[in-house]
Design a binder for this molecule. Structure first.
Ligand code: ZN
Length: 178
């Protein structure tokens, strides 16, 4: 398995809507293997295909609960409920994280690599991971989920990231999402 370079904010691929997966072939399975490797190398809890430059509705995840890694294609949020604040980061916005409010519980449906329908009821961290990865497939980065104050403060940091101005490597933070 080979690792990809993770695309960083400013790369246009991160702002595009990903296309539905129509064929589950050997090439897609290899892509998934390489995305899983890239996710573990990062390390992150999840990784969406656009983050490795592939415009497909596909993401992988492993929450470290012993059941992973997993992959889902063509996912959709069927239902969401509640509200939960969590400090969220993104491998495509390295070194930065913000407390972001999103629904606490989500019901996500999609397909696995055998083409079978899958359905997950997820809460808190797992629910957050799904919402974050689905945002990637819609071309949305977490900086678009910030409130006004956060966005104002983040502007310079994000601009520096986008222009590659960061002179020092970003500080390592605690448990962050992909
Ligand atoms: Zn992300």
């Amino acid at each position: 398995m080979a690792a990809y370079e993770i695309r960083v904010i400013g790369d246009p691929v991160l702002k595009q809507q990903a296309a539905e997966v129509t064929d589950i072939d050997a090439k897609l399975v290899r892509l998934v293997d390489d995305m899983v490797q890239t996710m573990y190398d990062a390390p992150g809890l999840g990784l969406a295909a656009p983050q490795v430059g592939v415009q497909k509705q596909l993401f992988v995840w492993d929450l470290g609960d012993g059941t992973g890694p997993h992959a889902m294609i063509n996912p959709q949020i069927a239902e969401s409920a509640g509200e939960w604040v969590y400090e969220e980061g993104c491998l495509s916005v390295p070194g930065l994280s913000w407390e972001i409010v999103r629904p606490k519980d989500v019901h996500v449906v999609g397909r696995d690599l055998d083409g079978n329908e899958v359905s997950y009821e997820a809460t808190e961290l797992a629910g957050r991971m799904f919402q974050h990865e689905l945002d990637h497939l819609a071309g949305i980065l977490l900086v678009e989920r910030l409130d006004e104050d956060q966005a104002r403060q983040a502007r310079r940091q994000v601009r520096d990231l986008m222009l590659g101005f960061s002179e020092d490597p970003p500080p390592k933070r605690g448990l962050l999402l992909r």
